[in-house]
Ligand binder design. Structure first.
Ligand code: HEC
Length: 113
């Protein structure tokens, strides 16, 4: 039995989080992210090479860079999530198409490249 209440609380929180969001093994998560990327983003954004002729900027090694290619801010999940949800001048919006969870998985994949 757990004697310390803090541990019990932490365990309960972990169980709740797990119930709310079933853990996907990391490799599968990246594979799902890759599929989401190919389906929704790769037509406009390369991710396997730095130079690109596509309409959007390449995201090659994005999270190792100092700046986002256009916004010139530090690459971060929140900014990418907003851009995916709401699009841009030329980029479509995905908020009615991808869930928050899809976008999180997508960003995990982008961060792994
Ligand atoms: C139809 C083409 C198109 C698709 C599809 C598309 N984008 Fe874009 N994206 C663009 C263009 C063009 C820009 C730059 C101009 C603008 O903001 O509209 C851009 C900008 C961005 C930016 C901002 C870059 C910066 O440096 O500020 C992010 C992040 C982004 N796209 C992520 C994604 C992701 C992730 C997907 C897939 C869910 C995606 N885009 C799908 C065309 C596209």
């Amino acid at each position: 039995m757990i004697k310390r209440p803090v541990q019990a609380l932490l365990l309960a929180a972990a169980m709740l989080a797990a119930a709310d969001r079933p853990a996907i093994p990391w490799e599968n998560r990246l594979r799902i992210g890759q599929a989401l990327y190919r389906e929704n983003c790769s037509v406009c954004h390369d991710i396997d090479r730095p130079q690109s002729k596509k309409s959007g900027p390449s995201f090659y090694h994005l999270f190792q860079r100092a700046q986002m290619p256009i916004a010139r801010i530090k690459p971060g999940r929140d900014y990418i999530k907003l851009r995916v949800k709401f699009g841009g001048a030329l980029m479509p919006t995905f908020r009615t198409w991808l869930t928050d969870r899809d976008i999180d998985i997508l960003i995990d994949y982008m961060a792994s490249k």
